[in-house]
Design a protein around this ligand. Structure first.
Ligand code: ADP
Ligand code: MG
Length: 518
């Protein structure tokens, strides 16, 4: 039995409310194709290789030569089972393959083998969280139902050569295993869809069932969008294709919601059509209209028997383990999923859930953080700010991935240790960090020495500086003596300015107090 998971009541994100006039509700459903991470194709033994020379990984079967037959790739089936389990689906112990016919140059057979009647996994749920508006610590948790996960073949690629006025066909991609993941229309805006896709991407990557890189086409998202009045049936939907990043997905959906509400407000009607997103203009444009429903002439695939899986209970005693796929065994071997990793980070390091979210969602950041914790042995709560605010802030500003950070985890660990040991003040530590970001191959210790950033703890030296500040700021001193204690911060600031933030702040405060309020 699958546990029943209650869907939370809709929470509308700020952007939806602001962007669309209120009497409309928007509905978004996604169909996602994830290329299976496998050495060979779904029904043939040809290699799966990104950026291989055109038509270099094509078997006779992939080119649809008459007489060739499909042989199912076990790895692809296991990947679909893993993915289905991770998405809380019911795995069908018997699923079927069908032919979906359409005519296109990059589909030599004239049909795609897919799972239309009985897919491998059904009825799942994906939980995802995202930030509400711009406020850091307001996270919203939402769920989207997964209608099904089905196995199918990828098509080839048509390459249009504008100079020679010809179209060339590359069949390297033809027959690569895909998992089509169909979501129910449970989302309401671009931000939600982008967050759901990001979570799915992280799950697929944790499972290693797909590289799920959108820009490399391993994860392709089609968004279905419609609007309706509250309490009324869903409206006519459009489908937006050609979206190659999560950011553009959010933009395309929000644009489409706005476009549809505007048309309906003006008394027009929405056409059931396929549209493309023009990322340069930030708009969607019609590709082809669906002209009612296209007839795919689905029929059972005669060359493949039903796909039969087993669980611990149904495992036949006369077959050995490598002849069958055991769902329970796959379930036992599932790796730690992103949601579990986040909870572990909160528990293990005492950090906030929002921070664990950033650590897991930014590629490589969790590993970076955990390395700094391990190397420095400093309280992780003192490290998290450096990693999320200083390091990630800097990298984002420079548009650099974590893997290309010039500040290594060991440098940051060293810096944090020096701060912890009070060798430097926190403002000097920030200066050292800035220097580290410049990428010169120096250790924090060398930078501190060269720039003379060490903490001044010599009482006499600090006293002299304080004396000069007090003597030259008579007005401020009088104000403090008359009870305006806030002005003290100004004097502290002036001392730190003179020392470039190097004076021991505790010492500065006590000396100034002695001098001003004896
Ligand atoms: P089709 O048979 O045309 O592919 P499906 O029922 O499989 O239609 O739905 C395809 C996708 O469209 C799913 O992701 C689903 O969530 C979404 N969808 C269905 N109806 C609507 C709607 N009215 N508005 C937005 N999305 C929808
Ligand atoms: Mg469909």
């Amino acid at each position: 039995m699958k546990p029943l998971i209650a869907l939370p009541t809709p929470v509308y994100c700020l952007s939806c409310i602001l962007e669309t006039s209120l009497p409309w509700e928007s509905v978004v459903g996604l169909e996602i194709h994830a290329q299976i991470n496998s050495a060979s194709k779904l029904f043939s033994s040809s290699q799966v290789k990104f950026a291989a020379p055109p038509n270099s990984t094509v078997s006779f079967f992939d080119a649809s030569l008459p007489g060739t037959l499909p042989t199912i790739n076990r790895r692809c089936v296991e990947a679909a089972v893993m993915t289905g389990l991770a998405l809380n689906c019911t795995i069908n112990k018997k699923s079927l393959f069908d032919r979906k016919h359409y005519f296109y140059a990059d589909l030599p057979a004239g049909y795609q083998i897919t799972q239309q009647r009985l897919p491998i996994a059904v009825d799942g749920i994906l939980t995802y969280r995202y930030q509400l508006g711009t406020s850091w610590n307001q996270m919203v948790t939402k769920c989207v139902r997964i209608k099904q996960v089905q196995l199918e073949q990828d098509s080839g690629k048509s390459l249009h050569d504008d100079i020679m006025h010809q179209t060339l066909i590359d069949l390297n991609r033809a027959g690569i295993g895909l998992m089509e993941i169909v979501m129910e229309p449970d989302m309401t805006c671009g931000e939600e869809a982008a967050a759901a896709v990001r979570e799915l991407q992280l799950i697929l990557q944790a499972l290693e069932t797909s590289h799920a890189n959108m820009s490399e086409g391993q994860l392709r998202v089609d968004a279905n969008i419609s609007v309706h009045h509250p309490g009324e049936p869903f409206g006519v939907r459009t489908e937006v294709k050609n979206i190659n990043s999560a950011r553009f997905l959010a933009k395309a959906i929000d644009y489409e919601i706005k476009r549809q509400t505007q048309i309906l407000d003006d008394g027009g009607t929405i056409l059931n059509e396929t549209r493309a997103f023009d990322y340069k203009l930030g708009i969607t444009i019609p590709m082809r209209d669906k002209e009612g429903k296209q007839d795919y002439r689905f029929m059972p695939e005669p060359n493949l028997p039903p796909l039969v899986l087993y669980d611990a209970k149904s495992l036949p005693s006369n077959m050995n383990a490598d002849q069958v796929i055991n769902i329970d065994l796959i379930r036992e071997r599932l790796p730690e999923l992103p949601s579990v990793i986040r909870e572990r980070l909160v528990e293990q390091y005492g950090i906030l859930l929002e921070h664990s979210h950033t650590l897991v969602n930014e590629d490589g950041l969790q590993e970076y953080f955990e390395t700094v914790v391990k190397l420095s042995k400093v309280d992780p709560k003192k490290i998290i700010g450096w990693v999320i605010k200083d390091l990630l802030g800097y990298l984002r500003q420079q548009n650099l991935p974590i893997k290309q950070s010039v500040v290594s985890p060991s440098s940051l660990a060293e810096l944090i240790i020096l701060l912890e040991k009070k060798v430097i003040s926190s403002s000097a530590a920030k200066q050292v960090f800035q220097e580290l970001c410049q990428g010169e191959e120096k250790t924090p210790e060398q930078i501190i020495k060269e720039k003379n950033l060490g903490l001044i703890i010599d009482r006499k030296q600090i006293e002299d500086i304080c004396q000069k500040i007090v003597a030259s700021h008579k007005e401020e001193v009088t104000a403090i003596q008359h009870g305006n204690l806030k002005v003290m911060n100004k004097l502290i600031g002036l001392v730190q300015k003179t020392t470039k933030g190097r004076a021991d702040p505790v010492l500065v405060k006590s000396i100034l107090q002695e001098k001003v309020l004896p």
